[in-house]
Design a protein around this ligand. Structure first.
Ligand SMILES: Cc1ncc(C[n+]2csc(CCOP(=O)(O)OP(=O)(O)O)c2C)c(N)n1
Length: 655
C-alpha cells in the first residue's frame, strides 16, 4: 500500500467537513467507510487505543452525520465515548491521530475542548440517554427548537447500567420528546455481554434478516415512477406495520412499553438501511429507539464475533517514556495479576469466597478465576451499583465476596457503598484496581478520589499495599475482618519480588517504619513507599539528611501511634500518595495532627498529593511529572523543605 496519504485515503483527503457526507450517495459513503476503517486500523495499531468499538460504528457514524445536523441543530452524545474515532475523523481531527491518548495529544474520548461536535467529555458508560434527554427537554415545547433531535448512541453493554434504565423510564414518559436513542447492539461489552437483557436482544437480533427483506420490498416500491418523497411517510408506516408479522417479543416490546417508538433491528453496517431508519423516524415528535446490529472490530483481521482482544489495542509505537520506571525496584508482576492469583488461592481454600466484576473480567484479571470457579465468578454486566449491593447481600448471607471494581467505576455505586455495605457493616472486600493516575485513558479514568469518598464512611477499613506481596497479605487480612474493607492498588507493575521489602504479619491499622532517620519523615501510602525510599537515598546523597520512611498501609484506621510518634519527633513530615489532595491520606494525617493537638504542629506536615484539578491523558510518568510527583521533583520538593533543617548526624558531630 502506498505511504502517500493522499493516495491511500483520497476520499478522506477530499473531505472538507462532516457536512460533506450529506452530499454523498450511499456508494460514496460505503467507499468512505472503507477508508475510515483502513485509517483507524493503520493508526490505532500504532498508537494503541480502543480499536474494536470505533470499527463497529463507521457506517453508523456516517449515516448519523448524513441525516442529522449535529452542532447546528441536533446534538449527538456517544455513550462511554470509546467508539468516537470515526466521529473524530469526520469532524476534522484525522491529522491528530498520531497523538491519540498521548500527553497533550488527542483524547481517546469525546472532549468539547477539542471540537464543538463533542457534546460532553465522557468515559464512563450508561449516561448518554440522560444527557441527550437534557437537551431534548430543554428544547421541548419551544417553537424555535421544534424538530431538533437529541441523539444518544448507546451500546448493549452500557444499556445494562442502571442509569440507562432510569433514563429510558423517564424519557419514555414524555410523549412529545424528540429524543433518539440508537442502540448499538454488537452483543459485546468488553467481553461478550451477559444477562437477561442480552438474551432478549439476541432474540430481537434474529429478525434482522426479515427486516432486510421487508426493506427490499419497500425500496422496490419506492422506485416505481411518480411515487416520490411525499409518500415516504406512508411507506414508513406501512413498513412498520409489516413488521407486525414478526413475533412481538422480537420487536423491542420492552422499549415500546417504556414509551419509545421501536425501529429495528437493522443491519448497522448497511448505510442505506441506517439512513432509512433515521429518515423514517425523523418526522416523529416522540421518543424513538433505533436498534442497530453491528460487529465489534468489523474489518480488523477476521473480526471474529466475541473477540475480546478487539476492544483495545496496545499499539506498536509506544513512546519511550512508557518504559520509565517510577521507582528503581519496579518491574515485578502487575498488581492486577497478583490480585487475581491470590483470589484464586483464597477461593481454593474457602468455598465461601466469590468474586464480583462489573463487565471488567479482563481488566481486573479474573479470566482464569472464571475458568476455575465458574459459579463463583459473578459478572454482573456494566452494573456497578447492583454489583456492590449484591456483594452486600452475599456477605450478609455468609459469603466472602471480593468485589473487583476499578477505583473510578466504583464511584457509580456510591450510595450502595454507604447504605448496603457500610451501614450494615457487611464484610465485603473491595479490590480497587487502577487506584491512582492511569495514563492514556486520562481524566475520566484516573482513580484518584477513592480515599476521599470511602474514608468518610464509618466502618470502612482502607488499605493500600506497597507491593504485590503485601497485596496478598491485605486480602487475607480483609477476609478475617468483620466489616467492609477496600484495598486500592495502581495500574501496572509493582516492585520486583526480589526487591520487595520483607513481609511480616500485621493487624488492622498497623503501619511499619521501613527506614529510620531524624531529619524528617515521609509517610507513604501504597507503592509510593518505594518512591519515598528512593527520595530518601537521593536526599541522603546530596544533603546528608536522614529521612525515616513509613509505610502507612492504612488510610483508615491510621496507625495513630506510629504516625504521632513521627509527627512529634520530626522537624518535618511529608505524606505521599497517588490521590487528590482533598480528603486523601495526607488529609487524614493532618486531621490526626490536629486532633492530638498539643505537641503536634500541623505546619510541620507537607502533603505531597495530586492537585485539585483533573489530570489529562498521557503516560503515567508524564502525568506524575505534571503533578510534581515524579522522583526528580519529589526529591527537589523534599530537599527544599529540608533546607532549613540542620542534619541531625551533623549536629551530633558538632555537639
Ligand atoms: C460505568 C462504567 N463501567 C465500566 C466501564 C468500562 N467499559 C468501557 S467500554 C465497556 C464496554 C461497553 O460495551 P458497549 O456499551 O456494548 O459498547 P461496545 O464497546 O460494545 O461498543 C466497559 C465495560 C465504563 N467505561 N464505565
Amino acid at each position: 500500500m502506498s505511504t502517500d496519504p493522499d493516495l491511500r485515503y483520497p476520499l478522506l483527503e477530499a473531505l472538507g467537513g462532516p457536512e460533506d457526507v450529506k452530499d454523498m450517495d450511499n456508494d460514496g459513503l460505503r467507499a468512505l467507510a472503507a477508508e475510515i476503517r483502513a485509517f483507524i486500523i493503520d493508526s490505532v495499531t500504532r498508537t494503541g487505543g480502543h480499536l474494536g468499538a470505533g470499527l463497529g460504528v463507521v457506517e453508523l457514524t456516517l449515516a448519523l452525520f448524513a441525516e442529522y445536523q449535529f452542532n447546528q441543530r441536533d446534538k449527538l452524545v456517544w455513550d462511554v465515548g470509546h467508539q468516537c474515532y470515526p466521529h473524530k475523523i469526520l469532524t476534522g481531527r484525522r491529522a491528530q491521530f498520531p497523538s491519540l491518548r498521548q500527553w497533550q495529544g488527542m483524547s481517546g474520548f469525546p472532549d468539547p475542548a477539542e471540537s464543538p461536535f463533542d457534546t460532553v467529555k465522557t468515559g464512563h458508560g450508561g449516561t448518554s440517554i440522560s444527557t441527550a434527554m437534557g437537551f431534548a427537554l430543554a428544547w421541548r415545547g419551544r417553537q424555535a427548537d421544534a424538530g431538533r433531535k437529541a441523539v444518544a448512541v448507546i451500546g448493549d453493554g452500557s444499556l445494562q447500567e442502571g442509569n440507562a434504565f432510569e433514563a429510558l423510564n423517564h424519557g419514555g414518559s414524555f410523549k412529545d420528546l424528540e429524543l433518539v436513542v440508537v442502540l448499538n447492539d454488537n452483543n459485546m461489552s468488553i467481553s461478550p455481554s451477559v444477562g437477561a437483557l442480552s438474551a432478549y436482544l439476541a432474540s430481537a437480533r434474529s429478525s434482522t434478516w426479515l427486516n432486510a427483506r421487508l426493506r427490499t420490498i419497500q425500496s422496490a416500491i419506492r422506485r416505481i415512477p411518480r411515487i416520490g418523497d411525499e409518500v415516504e411517510d406512508v411507506l414508513q408506516r406501512w413498513y412498520h406495520s409489516l413488521q407486525g408479522i414478526i413475533p412481538q417479543h422480537a420487536l423491542g416490546i420492552i422499549f415500546e412499553e417504556l414509551g419509545f417508538f421501536y425501529y429495528g433491528p437493522i443491519d448497522g453496517h448497511d448505510v442505506d438501511a441506517l439512513r432509512h431508519a433515521f429518515r423514517a423516524t425523523h418526522w416523529m415528535r416522540r421518543p424513538v429507539l433505533i436498534h442497530v446490529v453491528t460487529r465489534k472490530g468489523r474489518g480488523y483481521k477476521d473480526d471474529v464475533p466475541e473477540a475480546t482482544c478487539y476492544h483495545a489495542a496496545s499499539g506498536s509505537k509506544v513512546p519511550a517514556s512508557a518504559s520509565v520506571a517510577e521507582y528503581p525496584e519496579q518491574g515485578g508482576p502487575s498488581f492486577t495479576t497478583a490480585f487475581a492469583d491470590h483470589a484464586i488461592a483464597m477461593a481454593e481454600r474457602d468455598p465461601r469466597v466469590v468474586v464480583i466484576t462489573a463487565a471488567m473480567l479482563e481488566g481486573t484479571g479474573l479470566v482464569q478465576f472464571q475458568q476455575r470457579f465458574r459459579d463463583r465468578c459473578l459478572d454482573v454486566g456494566m452494573a456497578e451499583q447492583h454489583g456492590v449491593a449484591l456483594a452486600a447481600g452475599l456477605a450478609l448471607a455468609g459469603y466472602t465476596p471480593i468485589c473487583a471494581i476499578y477505583s473510578t467505576f466504583l464511584q457509580r455505586a456510591y450510595d450502595q457503598l454507604f447504605q448496603e455495605v457500610a451501614l450494615q457493616r457487611a464484610r465485603v472486600i473491595f479490590c480497587l484496581d487502577r487506584g491512582g493516575l492511569v495514563g492514556a485513558d486520562g481524566a475520566t479514568h484516573n482513580g484518584v478520589f477513592d480515599i476521599a469518598y470511602l474514608r468518610c464512611l464509618p466502618n470502612f477499613v482502607l488499605m493500600s499495599p506497597r507491593d504485590t506481596g503485601e497485596l496478598a497479605q491485605m486480602m487475607e487480612l480483609a477476609a478475617t475482618h468483620d466489616g467492609p474493607t477496600a484495598i486500592r492498588y495502581p495500574r501496572g507493575s509493582g516492585a520486583r519480588p526480589d526487591a520487595q521489602l520483607a513481609h511480616v504479619p500485621f493487624t488492622i491499622g498497623e503501619g511499619e517504619r521501613v527506614a529510620d532517620g531524624d531529619d524528617g519523615c515521609v509517610i507513604a501510602y501504597g507503592p509510593a513507599v518505594y518512591a519515598a525510599l528512593e527520595v530518601r537515598r537521593r536526599v541522603a546523597a546530596t544533603s546528608g539528611h536522614a529521612l525515616s520512611v513509613v509505610n502507612a498501609r492504612f488510610a483508615k484506621p491510621l496507625d495513630e501511634r506510629l504516625i504521632a510518634e513521627e509527627l512529634t519527633r520530626q522537624p518535618v513530615v511529608f505524606t505521599l500518595e497517588d490521590h487528590v489532595v482533598a480528603g486523601g491520606f495526607g488529609s487524614a494525617v493532618l486531621e490526626l495532627a490536629r486532633a492530638r493537638g498539643g505537641p503536634i504542629d500541623a505546619n510541620r506536615v507537607e502533603v505531597l498529593a495530586l492537585p485539585d484539578r483533573f489530570v489529562d491523558h498521557g503516560q503515567r510518568t508524564e502525568q506524575l511529572t505534571d503533578c510534581r510527583l515524579d522522583l526528580d521533583q519529589l526529591t527537589a520538593r523534599v530537599s527544599a523543605r529540608l533546607a532549613g533543617v540542620r542534619p541531625a548526624a551533623l549536629l551530633r558531630l558538632v555537639t
